[in-house]
Design a protein around this ligand. Structure first.
Ligand code: KG4
Ligand code: ZN
Length: 358
């Protein structure tokens, strides 16, 4: 079984051809960093236009690199949401066109399901498992019971964790995306230098909150004295490194605490397995991976995170989710409408707090 996967829900234009024996036959990925860097974040209209401009060529290159024609595919999968609607429309429309012309099944993939199943692309990983999904738009703890079967244990009350990385990076004058920049600088920094809050730590449940951490970071920067600044009022590199390390340590403490609670809840519901999986862009962070692994081990859980290139957005995880769904006959009709919001667990109780993200 061979599936083409298309990912266009954010600022990465990506295509991949994956076989059901977990072989990535070919993949192409274009990050629109330069297009958005001027604005310090993603501009939806610019993203949609860039997807439109590059997607056909990336798909053609991917198919050529795999040495396949469209007729050799068993299915065409595209992210159907959640995400920036313009980009999702570009990917879904392209996938539908290929499906219509070849007569092969179309699969609309929930982007979060792409992340949720990504660990199964590189490892023998049976259901159920506990998933910490940490990306630019989401921060959730879920029990993954099977394809399309997710129970949400916790979510963020405000910002997603990747969003917190990006906003703090902006405050520190680092570029977008903020996560990799903060991780790099944090290596040179002292994580104990600045005292930042650990929102919700010690509180019952598995929900997250990051907006207070971002505010504390801004206030800490505003209160910095001349010694920590350059002559023109900017921040000394050492200061930025210490702030980055202190921020990352706070995030690590929060993720560890919330995940500990989730492991306890998961164990009660699924006593037969003890597996923690981390996925999504923030799971590419080496410090956080190590911390989660230690947290899991202390609770008697095994820990698994996909290789870093599969953590951040990519086409292979969408193709793989397509394979998982195709195996079960879960194909989609060509009148599928892209979904800007698409929760993995629509029945999850609302988290306590305002502004909960789906
Ligand atoms: O999964 P992803 O590529 O896109 C979404 O679905 O949102 O995640 C992107 C997010 C960004 O916020 C980025 O700053 C963060 O993942 N990220 C990281 C790292 N690499 C990417 N955060 C922390 N450390 C990293 N190494
Ligand atoms: Zn993503």
């Amino acid at each position: 079984m061979i599936v083409l996967g298309i990912e266009t829900s954010c600022d990465e234009t990506a295509a991949a051809v994956v076989r059901d024996d977990r072989t990535v036959l070919a993949e192409r990925l274009l990050s629109q960093l330069a297009e958005h860097s001027l604005y310090g974040g993603i501009v939806p209209e610019i993203a949609a236009r860039a997807h439109l401009e590059h997607l056909d060529r990336l798909i053609a290159e991917t198919m050529a690199a795999a040495g396949l024609s469209f007729t050799a595919l068993d299915g065409i999968a595209a992210t159907g949401g959640p995400g920036l609607i313009g980009g999702v429309i570009v990917g879904v429309t392209t996938a539908k066109a290929i499906a219509a012309v070849t007569g092969k099944p179309f699969l609309a993939i929930n982007h979060l399901e792409g992340h949720a199943l990504s660990a199964r692309l590189t490892a023998e990983l049976p259901f159920p498992y506990l998933l910490l999904l940490v990306s630019g738009g989401h921060c959730q703890l879920l029990a993954v019971e099977g394809v399309g079967r997710y129970k949400r244990l916790g979510t963020t009350l405000d910002d997603a964790v990747g969003e917190a990385f990006d906003k703090c990076a902006k405050l520190l004058g680092l570029g977008y995306p903020g996560g990799p920049a903060i991780e790099r600088l944090a290596r040179e920094g002292n994580a104990q230098k600045y005292r930042l809050p650990r929102p919700l730590i010690g509180r019952p449940g598995c929900d997250f909150s990051f907006s207070g951490l971002k505010t504390a970071m801004r206030q800490t920067i505003e209160a910095l004295g001349a010694k920590e600044r350059t002559d023109d009022g900017g921040l000394e590199r050492k200061t930025v490194a210490d702030l980055a390390a202190s921020f990352q340590a706070a995030v690590a403490d929060v993720l560890a605490d919330r995940t500990r609670h989730a492991m306890a809840a998961f164990r009660k519901r699924y006593p037969q397995t003890a597996m923690l999986v981390a996925a999504g862009g923030v799971a590419a962070n080496e410090t956080l991976r190590k911390r989660l692994e230690a947290t899991a081990a202390a609770a008697g859980f095994a820990f698994l995170a996909p290789p870093q290139r599969l953590c951040t957005d990519n086409g292979a995880m969408i193709a793989w989710a397509g394979i998982e769904r195709l195996r079960l006959g879960l194909t989609d009709a060509l009148d599928f409408a892209p979904r800007p919001r698409w929760p993995l667990d629509p029945n999850a109780p609302k988290a306590i707090g305002a502004g909960v993200k789906a």
